[in-house]
Write a protein of this length. Structure first.
Length: 175
């Protein structure tokens, strides 16, 4: 090819990913992604609408081509104002394996660091290797200590739910 032909050759650029606070109109899509994950505990559709309304400052969504492709929902625990508890992390099936979950989580943590959040907590079922790998990676990237202990045993749940281990990542450093 000549240089002129090379310039005229169309290129395919992947859609840019935008990371932003959720909006109420994103709630349905968050519910769909959680449902399609087949791993997350599915909350009511109503709860995802509330997450998008009431926890905008402690949650994040990723959009590509104008469509929500992933999310992290969390809240700052009232009794521990320096701690973000991550409720759910989910990425649409066609976006998995591209580092989007880590990117969302690190962007959210960077934003919250400005507000004095320097601890992260989340619960993970022992068989959820993807989530364990994600949070272990975040801790390593930020140079943090990660601890684990059982928070809820199976007999704490009324429905045969697996144990939930509490992972604490602290102190958070810039990514």
């Amino acid at each position: 090819m000549t240089p002129t032909e090379t310039r005229a050759t169309p290129t395919t650029v992947p859609d840019a990913v935008e990371l932003r606070k959720p909006q109420i109109s994103d709630g349905v899509r968050l519910w769909e992604i959680a449902k399609d994950s087949q791993v997350l505990d599915l909350n009511s559709s109503y709860s995802y609408l509330l997450w998008c309304r009431d926890f905008q400052d402690t949650s994040i969504v990723a959009t590509t081509a104008g469509r929500v492709a992933g999310f992290v929902t969390g809240y700052v625990r009232p009794e521990a104002p320096n701690t973000l508890f991550v409720w759910q992390v989910a990425v649409d099936a066609d976006q998995r394996g591209q580092g989007l979950a880590g990117r969302m989580l690190n962007t959210l943590l960077d934003r919250l660091a400005l507000q004095g959040v320097w601890n992260l907590e989340t619960t993970i079922s022992p068989d959820n290797t993807a989530s364990i790998a994600l949070f272990t990676s975040v801790a390593g990237r930020r140079g943090c200590t990660i601890t684990q202990r059982t928070l809820f045993a199976p007999n704490d749940f009324p429905d045969g739910h697996a144990a939930e281990d509490l992972y604490t990542i602290s102190p958070l450093h810039a990514s």
